[in-house]
Design a protein around this ligand. Structure first.
Ligand SMILES: [Zn+2]
Length: 385
């Protein structure tokens, strides 16, 4: 890898609404507003990290300040478009409230809003993580939002809109950006791998996409990491090794020991995974997914279901599956608090084993009782004849 290597998230940051992945509703609304040139003065973009909040805001900034006029398709060639793309536009003031909390010049910057833009149509404030502004900065922001001068636009972004004062919320058009789907992320990963002329296995990219959990930025940084790990190619075996992923076969084996109620085998198996350096938090996560797959297999019969899943589904009741699922989700949540991943996983599985061994005899009794009732019903029916 050469020294000029640019991280993929930066290199492939979309510069137009057309290049943007996902967020169709938000983009459609913005495009309509831009093409009709009916622009509100305050926009608030909310959503988790890496879903495109500041990217959309920057494209929007170009759209309203492009020297060829306000439109949803900025030219990308004028000095303003180029300056915005390279983060050097004088009239696009980008502030990251997360890294400037309590700094007084933030308030000064906001108080300067009344002055005219230096060269462009609008003076645009792009404030990321706006919920973290200091109190005095918030007051300065509110003052301008209440009586906005014609030449001002506010583009606010936050991962936590619940922390924003209602006075700010009520003065902005709000756009809730969705997490990206695995499919949307996968499409972009493939596009990038092709553009970079690098080798990849589709399954490897799928795994990266799902690890991104809806965040394009997270997926792309994982892709960066994988490319460097695989010396230019992205393969399933490398992803597994890099992330310490437990294979699907191993997850099925773990579930088999659990359903067979073999505590010793369960513990021994977990220790084997741990010794191998596997990612046990992820193993628990995959176990939750397996419980879901088994539940579906119990509910919907299909020929395409893996035989091992069918076998597992015959060994457990729907109720127990629901409880195991809940336990595995809670176990994943508690994992950061566990003394180690191995202990966290062992305790969660032991909880499941304890639950089953306690409840199984009760279920058996119930079953027998029901059988007896049915039997007596049948015998009564028979005696009537
Ligand atoms: Zn332009």
């Amino acid at each position: 890898m050469n020294n000029n290597y640019q991280v993929l998230a930066r290199k492939y940051r979309p510069h137009t609404f057309k290049e943007l992945v996902g967020q169709v509703h938000t983009v459609k609304t913005l495009i309509n507003a831009l093409d009709a040139n009916s622009l509100h003065h305050g926009f608030l973009f909310t959503g988790t990290r890496g879903v495109g909040k500041t990217t959309i805001a920057r494209i929007f900034a170009k759209s309203i300040n492009c020297e060829s006029g306000v439109s949803s398709i900025p030219c990308g060639k004028c000095s303003t478009c180029i300056e915005i793309d390279s983060g050097q536009s004088v009239d696009l003031i980008e502030l990251d409230a997360a890294s400037h909390t309590g700094v007084d010049n933030m308030r000064d910057i906001l108080e300067n809003a009344q002055y005219m833009p230096t060269k462009n149509r609008y003076k645009i404030y792009l404030i990321d993580e706006v919920h973290m502004l200091s109190k005095s900065s918030f007051n300065a922001l509110l003052k301008t939002l209440e009586e906005p001068p014609e030449h001002i636009k506010f583009l606010l972004a936050t991962t936590d809109p619940g922390k924003l004062p209602i006075t700010v919320l009520s003065r902005c058009l709000q756009f809730n950006l969705q997490k990206l789907t695995d499919k949307e992320i996968l499409g972009q990963l493939k596009y990038i791998m092709k553009a970079e002329s690098l080798d990849y296995e589709e399954d490897a990219l799928s795994q990266i996409a799902s690890f991104g959990e809806g965040s394009m930025r997270d997926a792309l940084s994982l892709l960066d990491q994988s490319i460097s790990y695989g010396k230019g190619s992205v393969l399933v075996k490398d992803i597994k090794a890099m992330l310490g992923l437990v294979s699907h076969d191993d997850i099925i084996e773990l579930a088999t020991h659990l359903f067979d109620q073999e505590p010793q085998k369960v513990i021994k198996f977990i220790r084997k995974l741990s010794h191998r350096g596997d990612n046990l938090t992820n193993a628990l996560h995959d176990l939750s997914s397996l419980f879901h797959t088994i539940s579906i297999a119990k509910t919907i019969s299909s020929d395409t279901i893996d035989k091992r899943i069918t076998k597992l589904s015959s060994q457990i009741s729907n109720q127990d599956l629901q409880i195991f699922y809940q336990m595995s989700i809670n176990g994943t949540k508690d994992m950061p608090l566990a003394p180690s991943e191995q202990i966290g996983l062992e305790m969660t599985l032991l909880r499941m084993l304890a639950f089953r061994s306690d409840s199984a005899p009760v279920n058996e009794k119930k079953k027998i009782k029901i059988n007896d009732e049915i039997r007596s019903d049948i015998s009564q029916d028979l005696s009537k004849d």
